[in-house]
Design a protein around this ligand. Structure first.
Ligand code: HEC
Ligand code: HEC
Ligand code: HEC
Ligand code: HEC
Ligand code: HEC
Ligand code: HEC
Ligand code: HEC
Ligand code: HEC
Length: 365
């Protein structure tokens, strides 16, 4: 099945199961009803799926903790929009909300100017389709001209959901962003259910990827069936949890050890530290610029503008050298990998024999 925006409307925006989490920030915006209610855990969608009450209570506590610490809240309109629903399914925002009257409050300060500029064509991007099922515009603002800083969006490849349009792709991963200028994974990433079909909060950005990239609990509409069982597309959950050095396995005792400031052994590396979701020239969605990934590198190193070219045949040296720098001399340790940085035991050629996802026998990735 091909993923569609309709699917998302069903599974995301209009489904309580996922929405309850999108709306977790409710307490913070009591007056204008932007964030109506968090569904209590004994309401229908949860009761149907729940196993033990103790886990529910634990989840609820985690949620309350997150709600307390997260500043944002849902901007999506609900069927209660207007005076008890009279404005739901209406497409003409202009009829009731003159531009000069909206967004006076402090929480809208960051987006006020831009919305005035883009006018009514932008409303549904942030506030949802208001039950109309219309497309939600994103790249009207998130383009290199209007918001050049982040994400770094260019290049020939991006995380492409089988030919969906660009706006639809954004919504797939960012259903309910609060656009407050801070990326918070619980608010700004779409909440996909976990292996037990629960809308459990994410532990990390990688957790978000793994809710799709797994063998046995893929998200309906985004299946990757008919794959070889070792293909990273479907094997990544197990790779990341049990095999990859960049997952849970702590290292740091090897002959070639050494990391640049910001990274440390026994800490996990996020998928998006190596893979660019928003655009790159490298295949496999590997970043083509340090600033597109390697998020924890010490800014004092000034490496943001270092390019990464992975070539065609497993030449990953320019990627690896962003974070790795051998402590001791030997072999290729002083050889420039081609982007100005040395520090590896092998500075060119194919690395895949020994370094690939799920490579258990050799050195691993
Ligand atoms: C028929 C009139 C009407 C239309 C059309 C309408 N709204 Fe509203 N809207 C209201 C009323 C009434 C309220 C509640 C009072 C207030 O806050 O102004 C409201 C409230 C809101 C709020 C605050 C959150 C909430 O649910 O109370 C947002 C955001 C909003 N509208 C956005 C939109 C957008 C975007 C559109 C177009 C897709 C739209 N409105 C179309 C009448 C309307
Ligand atoms: C970039 C995201 C964004 C876009 C686009 C956007 N809004 Fe908003 N809107 C916000 C934020 C943020 C708030 C403040 C939420 C809060 O106070 O919790 C808000 C609040 C509102 C409110 C309720 C209170 C207020 O601040 O006026 C209304 C009504 C509203 N928006 C209507 C609109 C309409 C109509 C459009 C299209 C012209 C629009 N919005 C476009 C982000 C956006
Ligand atoms: C496959 C999922 C995916 C898709 C598709 C996607 N994003 Fe993202 N986006 C992410 C993840 C994960 C992050 C956080 C990590 C990062 O910054 O790379 C993120 C971060 C962001 C940020 C915050 C950047 C920052 O650090 O301040 C913005 C803005 C953003 N995305 C906008 C978009 C827009 C616009 C689109 C559509 C053109 C889009 N995204 C498509 C997954 C996705
Ligand atoms: C009116 C312009 C506008 C529209 C339309 C818009 N955004 Fe944004 N968005 C912004 C601004 C401004 C920011 C804050 C950027 C900053 O301060 O760096 C932002 C921030 C974000 C962030 C970063 C997280 C955060 O909370 O700041 C994500 C993710 C994002 N937008 C996704 C989307 C998606 C997906 C859509 C379409 C469904 C969309 N945006 C539509 C203007 C817009
Ligand atoms: C909603 C489900 C979903 C999420 C979330 C998701 N992906 Fe994907 N991903 C897919 C699908 C579907 C494909 C395309 C598979 C195919 O070609 O059949 C894909 C493809 C890929 C590819 C291969 C693309 C190529 O051009 O070779 C990479 C790499 C990838 N995803 C990494 C990630 C990372 C990293 C994240 C988290 C930041 C992520 N994905 C989040 C569903 C998802
Ligand atoms: C974004 C930063 C980053 C990039 C890029 C990166 N690594 Fe790492 N690498 C780390 C960190 C941090 C660790 C420590 C993780 C741990 O201890 O589990 C690590 C650990 C390793 C280990 C395990 C070392 C041991 O002692 O067990 C190997 C092997 C490795 N990386 C190979 C590579 C290869 C090959 C590449 C390029 C394809 C690469 N890394 C790219 C950050 C990175
Ligand atoms: C013949 C197998 C082989 C090939 C080919 C190979 N490596 Fe390695 N690599 C290893 C082994 C084995 C280790 C772990 C050594 C240890 O434990 O001390 C390692 C470790 C590493 C590490 C982690 C260092 C650390 O412990 O933090 C990096 C980074 C790395 N290799 C990069 C590369 C790059 C880049 C290439 C390709 C240009 C490459 N390797 C090709 C065998 C290989
Ligand atoms: C240290 C850097 C690094 C990290 C972290 C990393 N990857 Fe990769 N990824 C690579 C490299 C290098 C390749 C190409 C070699 C291979 O296929 O194993 C790759 C390949 C892939 C592919 C296959 C792409 C294709 O074209 O078929 C997928 C899917 C993928 N990664 C997903 C993920 C996911 C999901 C995560 C997080 C759970 C992740 N990766 C974490 C570096 C990384």
């Amino acid at each position: 099945m091909k993923p569609t925006i309709q699917y998302l409307a069903l599974q995301g925006a209009e489904s309580n199961h996922l929405r309850a989490f999108a709306e977790k920030g409710s307490g913070q915006f009591p007056n204008h009803g932007i964030c109506p209610r968090v569904l209590p855990f004994d309401s229908a969608p949860f009761r149907r799926r729940s196993g033990s009450r103790r886990t529910e209570l634990l989840l609820l506590l985690i949620l309350l903790f997150l709600a307390g610490s997260a500043p944002g809240g849902s901007l999506l309109l609900t069927p209660r929009h207007g005076d008890d629903g009279s404005a739901w399914k209406q497409a003409e925002c202009a009829a009731c909300h003159p531009l000069r009257r909206i967004h006076q409050g402090k929480s809208a300060a960051g987006i006020r100017g831009m919305v005035r500029d883009k006018e009514y064509a932008s409303c549904m991007g942030c506030h949802g389709s208001n039950g109309t099922g219309r497309k939600r515009p994103c790249v009207i603002c998130h383009n290199p001209k209007d918001l050049p800083a982040r994400p770094h969006r260019d290049g020939s490849f991006r995380h492409d959901f089988a030919g969906m349009d660009l706006d639809g792709e954004c919504v797939t991963c960012h259903l309910d962003s609060d656009m407050d200028g801070r990326f918070e994974m619980q608010q700004d990433l779409t909440l996909f259910p976990d292996a037990h079909q629960r809308p459990a909060p994410y532990f990390s950005n990688a957790d978000f990827c793994l809710r799709c990239h797994n063998r046995d609990h893929q998200i309906p509409g985004f299946e990757m069936d008919d794959r070889h069982w070792r293909d990273p597309l479907v094997a990544m959950e197990d790779n990341y949890r049990f095999i990859d050095c960049h997952g849970h396995r702590a290292g740091g005792n090897g002959t070639y050890r050494g990391l640049r400031e910001g990274y440390a052994y026994a800490s996990r590396v996020d998928c998006t530290d190596c893979h660019a979701m928003h655009g790159t020239e490298n295949t496999g969605l590997l970043i083509d610029l340090a600033a597109k990934g390697a998020s924890r590198l010490d800014p004092a190193l000034g490496l943001d503008a270092v390019p990464v070219w992975t070539g065609e045949e497993g030449q990953y040296a320019q990627l690896c050298v962003l974070c790795h720098r051998m402590d001791r001399e030997g072999q290729d340790s002083e050889t420039d990998t081609g982007n100005g940085l040395p520090g590896l035991h092998q500075a060119s050629g194919d690395c895949r024999d020994c370094h690939a996802h799920g490579q258990a026998g050799q050195a691993g990735l």
